[in-house]
Design a binder for this molecule. Sequence first.
Ligand code: ITT
Length: 189
Amino acid sequence: MKLVFATHNLNKFKEVQSLLPSNIELVSLSDIGCYDDIPETADTIQGNALLKVAYVKEKYGLDCFADDTGLEVRSLNNAPGVYSARYSGPGANAQSNIHKLLDNMSDIKDRAARFKTVIALDYNGKQLLFEGICPGTILSQQRGTKGFGYDPIFLPNGKNQTFAEMSLQEKSTIGHRGKAMQKLMAHFS
Ligand code: ITT
């Protein structure tokens, strides 16, 4: 079976590809000729995941799934949350977002946070949602060079390595995206 994964994030694509059984062939946005900046204007993570699949369905008529992810920090009222990608403003990137978050948390003792992924699936005329959550804490300094985004400052609960210090496989086993993907795959089994 072929399924479009509606993401422009190559790291996400690789994570998801490593989790899929061999009977599912993942098709990228560039494979279908989509280079558009798909609007993510909803005010919830779930809403943005649904917007991404709706865009591909409407413009290309293809079944697909999409992932929207946010980092929710308890002491910041769950910010950056749905705004994780543009937390540091126009031209934001992973490093500027990390620096802004560490600055905002410099005096904060409660470092609890969680990654939340919502996968939206548009398949056979139906839309379904699958959620994955990974609890952890925000470190005060970056550790590790693997992964992407906020991974160097996120220490999952019960682990002594950040997501950026772990192998892709280990991150997927305990991580938010891996948990949401397990639910997606259970749907197809
Ligand atoms: P697509 O929308 O094209 O899938 P994106 O990078 O914009 O790619 P999101 O909107 O889901 O994806 O991501 C929001 C932000 O959260 C963005 O800054 C990511 O780098 C970050 N992020 C997402 N998943 C992450 C993960 O597993 N580890 C660390 N940071 C992550």
